[in-house]
Design a protein around this ligand. Structure first.
Ligand code: CTP
Length: 305
């Protein structure tokens, strides 16, 4: 009977967790060997990668008589961790933030385009982090398939680099912070064929022209006090190139993604970033959920304000 009641309680817990859209905290409590077991440690890491917060067990004497980590955190400590979390979340109130997300599509003809693998997940996570922390957020999003619909966030949909440029140009002067995480196409076809290009035996040559470098434009026209954050996706000389981009585009921070890191990059739920500031301070973060990466980026921006 006891087992059945426990089973029902476990099922209820799992159902509540799976349906939850709110921040999740978890406080493991068990015997020390169970806690140190690789399975438990792996599961904790997975939950942290989902963006959940671990309330670490305390070290002390356990029911088994062993001593070590495994005691449930004291309720007062848990309460203050949760309170701190929500209070911190309002540290951007009164700020206006513009975030760009996703790829752009450059039309070749009515049925084809040049695009990239960006899912928009990183940009959306950043937008949500700022909104949760009290900012008024605008997202300019390229064509993406992931769901993103947070009622408090104003979303402007664009398709091409030129549309993203126009939208950024009109929204940028009014905001305190801009995070340019969109993967904007660097080139666009010179001629967009009005009807479908028919297949021929010979090779097809497309002539491409550079698009506007939106970030550079925003850096050149940055109003006093505005903070501008760019991303850099590099495969070679990563730090050197990122530092150069920070300087050339007049940024306050640059977030470097490396395609060499397993688990980081386009389409994945996790990312691994290095953040560089104008004083050349370099901070490398662990691989974590894009939600937690977004919090790290917001924390770094907070330090600049
Ligand atoms: N970016 C932009 N406008 C473009 C291209 C890129 O605003 N036309 C922005 C991106 O949103 C990102 C940053 O510039 O924040 C860096 O993008 P990245 O592709 O790494 O670098 P590029 O400046 O395009 O240079 P390169 O491709 O030579 O590395």
């Amino acid at each position: 009977m006891g087992k059945m009641v426990n089973g029902i309680a476990d099922n209820l817990l799992v159902a509540t967790y799976l349906a939850a859209k709110c921040p999740v905290f978890f406080a493991p409590a068990m015997d020390v060997d169970m806690f140190r077991h690789l399975t438990t440690q792996k599961n904790i890491k997975t939950l942290q990668e989902y963006g959940h917060t671990l309330l670490e067990p305390e070290i002390g004497e356990l029911a088994s008589g062993l001593t070590g980590p495994g005691r449930l955190q004291e309720p007062e400590k848990m309460l203050s961790a949760v309170t701190d979390f929500f209070e911190k979340k309002k540290d951007f109130s009164g700020k206006k933030v513009l975030v760009t997300a996703g790829p752009t599509y450059e039309s070749i003809d009515p049925v084809r385009f040049i695009g990239n693998y960006s899912s928009g997940r990183m940009g959306f996570a950043i937008a949500e982090a700022f909104a949760h922390r009290g900012a008024q957020v605008i997202v300019i999003a390229g064509p993406v398939s992931v769901d993103f619909n947070t009622p408090s966030i104003k979303r402007i949909n664009v398709t091409s680099a030129v549309e993203m440029f126009e939208a950024c140009k009109s929204e940028a002067p009014d905001v305190d912070i801009i995070v340019m995480s969109a993967a904007v196409a660097d080139y666009s076809p010179v001629d967009k064929a009005p009807s479908k290009i028919k297949k021929k035996e010979s090779a097809l040559t497309l002539k491409l022209e550079p698009t506007h470098d939106i970030l550079k434009f925003l850096g050149e026209n940055k109003p006093p006090g505005q903070k501008l954050v760019g991303f850099a996706l590099e495969t070679d000389n990563e730090l050197g190139n990122a530092k150069l981009k920070l300087k050339n585009k007049n940024l306050d921070l640059i977030v470097l993604n490396s395609l060499k890191d397993k688990g980081a990059g386009f389409g994945l739920p996790t990312n691994k970033v290095t953040i560089i500031d104008r004083e050349n301070n370099v901070e490398s973060f662990d691989l974590k959920s894009k939600k937690l990466v977004a919090e790290d980026i917001a924390d770094k921006i907070k330090n600049l304000l």
